[in-house]
Design a protein around this ligand. Sequence first.
Ligand code: APR
Length: 171
Amino acid sequence: MAIEIVEGDITAQQVDVIVNAANSSLLGGGGVDGAIHRRGGPEILAECRKLRAGHYSRGLRVGQAVATTAGRLPARWVVHTVGPVWSATEDRSSLLADCHRNSLRVAASLGASTVAFPAISTGIYRWPLESAAEIALSTVTEELASDTSVTLVRFVLFGQAAYDIFRSRLP
Ligand code: APR
């Protein structure tokens, strides 16, 4: 069981699962979501549309996770999860933890062994990197200690500052 912290572009990671910081619509957006759909190609959005036409007709709830093809990305699947928007008045930490736990459980259900995460909720959703790093790393550490097929989790950070913060919080 290993956790890696790297600085780079999540769409270039050669892993079984790339986790997407999506929104409830599952129909794309900016940031990681935009990069994944741009580089992954239209097959990903086509599968997202099928999910919306079926079980996820009301969209994906915050903290939930669902898998699609990875299209042209160097991965086998994309697991889309919806992070909580930062709130200074409401503690949404458990929802951010759910994103990581549920993404790993979906990955394990597919038989994946390597998973790359972005820093979920820390961009457009404005979650402070320090807090997000603590929640992400503690949740992933706990999940890797459970009975899971996942043997490697790689956090892929955009920029030195985000990398340094996650690195400093690795247990
Ligand atoms: N690789 C790795 N990390 C990236 C990349 C990339 N290609 N692009 C952006 N990031 C980083 C950002 O710097 C930030 O630290 O990923 C983190 C998450 O930022 P966002 O992508 O903005 O995701 P989030 O804060 O969860 O907001 C989700 O943004 O893109 C929309 O559709 C998405 O509505 C949803 C919202």
